[in-house]
Write a protein that binds this ligand. Sequence first.
Ligand code: SAH
Ligand code: AVI
Length: 306
Amino acid sequence: VKDGFLKDVLEGLSGSPKSLPSKYFYDAEGSRLFEAITALPEYYPTRTETALLQRIAPELSAHIPDGATLVEFGSGASVKTRLVLDAAPQIARYVPIDISRTALAEAAEALRRDYPALTIQPLVGDFTQALQLPRSPGEGPRIGFFPGSTLGNFGPRQSERLLTDARALLGDGSRFFVGIDLVKDEATLVAAYDDAAGVTAAFNRNVLVRVRRELAAEVDPDAFDHRAVWNAAERRIEMHLAARIDLVIHVEGRRFEMKAGETIHTENSRKFDLDDFAAEAGAGGWRVETAWREADPAYALVLLAA
Ligand code: SAH
Ligand code: AVI
């Protein structure tokens, strides 16, 4: 993992403009900060999706066969999962996949306590890479679960690739239940990624905290300002870290100079339109079976069929 991180950091800082992959936000501290974000008044996606899920869970359950395996992508603290498990006790097995080892272990432990009849097989890994699911004798059909609009953290091409890979991983007869944040007014979007308490700023800087600690780099995360901007043409919120002063980052004998105001692009969070999403899913081998929509703030949960 360290080699992959080093390679990605050297590549990202060598680029113009500079960038870092958003998956590196999530170590133990990053996962903790993300959970704090979900409770912020400005961050509408979590509470909107949770309320919508609560409302439609009984309907969703009717689409889940007996003995099914629930495979979750980017499961984090597995909070929303509980709503699915409670509404669909016919689910026999749960495979949460996450890159954040500590978040995954804590979530699995808490779920084992509360769902003793469920077989839980956590998988630490990067879902953008080839994965193999743990096998289980006599396992039922697979239901993928990808909440939180995490799919929006990938561009259209990467997203299509992810959907295609998930189709192969989940197999024939599978379903994929995906949460997507929808386009809305700019003020609401920007506030959600630039909260007054500065939690999102700390989350953003955490990637540089990791670069400094895990790669023994010389870099001062506090020398960077957090920026969240709406890119209307690409329909995405972008997070950047802007150098406050002229500075130098040293990593493994390499030097990266930055001028005051220059930025490192750390995340994209695309906001969807239901028709565009349906087209992307179609290209990935899925068709929309049912879509449930919340009007304000706009958000959707979409059940895809293989
Ligand atoms: N599903 C939760 C958490 C969303 S945060 C919710 O809806 O609230 C995004 C989660 O995806 C984090 O737990 C992060 O660790 C994980 N993640 C991000 N990129 C990943 C990747 N490439 N592979 C696996 N997990 C990833
Ligand atoms: C995980 N992902 C969907 C979050 C988002 O909204 O794009 C990550 C996040 N970034 C800043 N705040 C939350």
